[in-house]
Design a protein around this ligand. Structure first.
Ligand SMILES: O=c1ccn([C@@H]2O[C@H](COP(=O)(O)OP(=O)(O)O[C@H]3O[C@H](CO)[C@@H](O)[C@H](O)[C@H]3O)[C@@H](O)[C@H]2O)c(=O)[nH]1
Ligand SMILES: [Mn+2]
Length: 747
């Protein structure tokens, strides 16, 4: 290894950001000036002024967090070509895929993800792929069985011709035969693959259409008469790479854990813990990587890139606990009309966090060290107490499993691989729904329970023990997934994120605790705070969206008037902040339109989905209802289906109360503008008020522009229109608000 000293496996690079830092400070200075001015003139103004002060205090607090997060942006460069020189033996990796609903998550997507994993550039005898199916669906199982047959053609084909994209639905979606390889041999094989894949998708589609796709006998007998939320464990070894062939097809195992109505299953976190234990019994690889069912591997070299970071540390202190790749999406609509492609979020906030203690765990596209998941801290060389009793207290009563865990924690070389089937009985035991009772699973070990964003909570638990993490963003992007594209699906996802993140504040894993113990770096703690407080943006954003209208209706003011010097401060913040935000998009190579789309979707999400997210956390704290993980709808391709092209990117609606909030905000502001423009203001000059304020007027117009998607929804048809019941409810709420304003202005 000595000769390789010069050939680093990775390099940390810092990004230069002097000018943005300066602009950020100017904005902070202006914000603080405005706050000071408000405070000094509090007596001369009414309640709106004070409310604005509170909202702006929130904005300023978050701005400080933002500056801290973006301060030292960094990235990692990886050199997989140096791995060979290091003459290391590549370690085994267990690969996990989770799926939970064959309708919301079509099995053909899962199949493609699995095929891309099986075909990755890594010795096949070092890999095992485990699929967790929380729906216990025979259709998913059937699809995987069929896929494993196709994999025997697909995997060698990909490796032989160095195919770039190894998810067949993407590979074959392009034009016809690629012209690069013209060898007749390739042409012939390509044709064979295409036919093979078409047959596979046809079989799956046929099975989907039939009510009972096939006789539930033989292999399928376990699925007969099962209920989704009430069934025994099903584990099937679909394919075993018995001879351990390095260029064969990796193991493929199907798991549907036991579910019983009275036992909490902890959604995805619960599924991940079952995957961890079952794989521990079967292959027990020291590394585990996981993806959502829609996140296929887009860069077949990603395992090698990740290994550079996981194996390349100079000493144990600089070891990374996990290596995270960014979430990127396929078929992204032009200019990001739904503001959910997350590009700019990763570009500045993301790389900022990378530069502190390392990226947060994002739930998918991540490589974990198994021993870290088992609770090891960076300063522990090996776990001290390896007594059987201690192990069982932590990991549960399965002897074979505690043995496997002891191997991992003591870095013992695992014994020679057994055949997978011999582990089946023990595997069923650890997949049972009461196995975790009285253990540390979900508390200190594995994926942590108590939040619908189990990913951030789990990453926080790991970093809270002092671990660093690394970011791996090779080109082309390592993983591509499917971003939700309709209004209801987006709102469901945003609400769940806001809920889950806020929940973390109220768990035992609150980031302040490890920060006080100096395990979590102070600025990393600020980064966690910034993200877990997202839901609370709903309140100041809502106030700020309503205040202009309220002031117009009542002839009062929440912004400085044109004559006041402070007017320039407010105007400067508005202009400089927006230009700064715009420049972030332009520097990231995105368009001004993308900036605007993200801007308006942020306002829509915060005032609607995040508001409901905040409610659900309040309800949970009050013990009224628990939070649930609602799975997002995934589509194979966004430009398929019955949609006409004119409507791509247009927001869709349903009867969800989430849309009532947005519609009400729009109606209130439209009313205010009408009242203000036609001089009907209850506090207009004639009635002794101050007249229509410029700031308030601009504010109200800005809100209407931000909610333009809702404005179009007022006149849209079908799913593009706001349902009439939603309209009635919002109309009533808006009328109530107008009356309330009038009442307060008369008082
Ligand atoms: O009870 C459940 C619910 C969900 N899932 C799986 O969890 C994954 C993520 O679900 P999805 O509906 O796609 O949620 P997203 O909001 O798109 O997921 C993002 O956010 C989640 C946390 O909120 C993370 O877990 C994900 O990795 C991250 O991609 C999918 O593979 C699901 O099959 C389960 O296995 N069991
Ligand atoms: Mn998803």
């Amino acid at each position: 290894m000595d000769s390789s000293a010069s050939l680093a496996l990775y390099q940390r690079v810092t990004r230069k950001n002097t000018i943005p830092r300066a602009v950020e400070f100017i904005i902070l200075f202006l914000l603080l000036s405005l706050l000071a001015y408000r405070l000094l003139s509090l007596q001369d103004h009414g309640f709106p002024w004070f409310l604005a002060f509170l909202c702006e205090s929130w904005f300023a607090f978050n701005w400080v967090l933002t500056i801290s997060i973006k301060w030292t942006q960094a990235d990692y460069k990886t050199y997989p070509e140096h791995l060979l020189q290091w003459k290391l033996e590549l370690p085994p990796v267990d690969m996990f895929v989770t799926t939970a609903d064959p309708v919301l998550e079509p099995p053909i997507l899962t199949v493609n993800t699995v095929l891309s994993l099986l075909a990755v550039d890594y010795p096949a005898d070092k890999l095992a792929c485990y699929v967790s199916d929380d729906a216990g669906s025979p259709l998913t199982f059937y699809s995987l069985v069929e896929a494993s047959k196709f994999a025997k053609l697909w995997v060698p084909f990909c490796k032989k011709y160095c195919i770039e994209v190894r998810a067949p639905f993407r590979y074959f979606s392009g034009e016809s035969l690629p012209s690069k390889h013209v060898s007749p041999e390739f042409q012939q094989e390509w044709k064979k693959m295409k036919d093979g894949y078409e047959e596979l998708s046809r079989k799956i589609e046929d099975a989907t259409k039939r009510a009972m796709p096939f006789e539930l006998t033989g292999e399928f007998a376990d699925f007969s008469s099962i209920q989704r939320k009430n069934h025994a464990t099903i584990i099937k070894v679909i394919w075993e790479n018995k001879e351990g062939v390095a260029n064969g097809v990796p193991h493929l195992i199907y798991i549907s854990r036991e579910k019983r109505p009275k036992h909490p299953h902890h959604f995805k976190a619960g599924a991940m813990n079952v995957l961890t234990r079952v794989s521990g019994l079967m292959s027990n690889a020291p590394f585990m990587m996981n993806v959502d069912c829609d996140m296929y591997i887009n860069n077949p070299k990603i395992f090698l890139h990740a290994m550079c970071l996981l194996l390349g540390a100079k000493n144990k202190e600089t070891d990374f606990a996990y290596v995270q790749s960014p979430q990127c999406f396929y078929d992204g609509l032009k200019d990001d009309p739904f503001g959910n492609q997350l590009v700019v979020l990763y570009e500045y906030i993301g790389y900022g966090i990378v530069g502190i203690q390392g990226p947060l765990y994002g739930g998918t596209g991540c490589f974990h060290r198994r021993k870290v998941i088992y609770g090891l801290s960076p300063d522990e060389e090996i776990k001290e107490k390896l007594s059987n009793q201690a192990l069982q207290k932590t990991f549960g009563g399965s002897m074979p499993f505690t043995k496997s865990a002891a191997q991992i924690l003591s870095s013992m070389k695992p014994g020679s691989p057994r055949d997978l089937l011999s582990a089946l009985e023990a595997a069923k035991e650890v997949a049972g729904c009461s196995y975790e009772y009285g253990t540390q699973w979900g508390r200190e070990v594995g994926w942590i329970y108590g939040s619908t964003t189990e990913d951030v909570l789990t990453g926080l638990t790991i970093q809270g023990r002092g671990w660093k993490s690394a970011f791996c963003s090779p080109n082309p992007p390592a993983f591509l997934g499917c971003a939700p594209s309709g209004g209801p699906a987006i709102m469901t996802q945003q609400k769940r994120w806001a809920t889950g993140l806020l929940e973390i504040l109220f768990t035992r894993k609150n980031p302040l605790i490890p920060a006080l113990q100096r395990k979590l770096q102070f600025r990393q703690c600020l980064a966690y705070l910034w993200i877990i407080l997202w839901a609370l943006w709903s309140i100041p954003e809502l106030c700020y969206a309503i205040l202009p209208a309220y002031c117009i209706l009542t002839g009062s003011h929440f912004l400085p008037k044109v004559g006041e010097t402070a007017f320039f401060i407010a105007a400067a913040i508005f202009i400089i902040y927006n230009l700064y935000a715009l420049s972030e998009y332009l520097r990231a190579g995105l368009s001004a339109r993308a900036w605007w789309n993200n801007q308006r979707m942020w306002t829509i999400n915060t005032t609607t989905a995040y508001l409901f997210g905040t409610f659900s956390v309040v309800l949970k704290i009050l013990g009224i209802s628990d939070t649930v993980f609602e799975v997002t709808q995934k589509e194979q391709s966004t430009n398929e289906g019955d949609d006409d092209h004119a409507n791509t990117g247009r927001l869709t609606f349903d009867r969800s109360p989430i849309f009532v909030a947005g519609t009400t905000i729009l109606l209130v502001n439209l009313t205010a503008l009408a009242v203000g423009l036609f001089g009907l203001g209850f506090g207009s000059v004639a009635q002794g008020g101050d007249g229509l304020g410029t700031g308030e007027f601009i504010g109200s117009v800005w809100v209407v522009l931000l909610f333009w998607a809702f404005f179009k929804g007022l006149f849209g048809k079908g799913k593009y229109g706001i349902p009439s019941t939603t309209l009635y409810k919002s109309g009533a709420l808006a009328a109530l608000f107008v009356h309330f304003s009038r009442w307060t202005s008369m008082g």
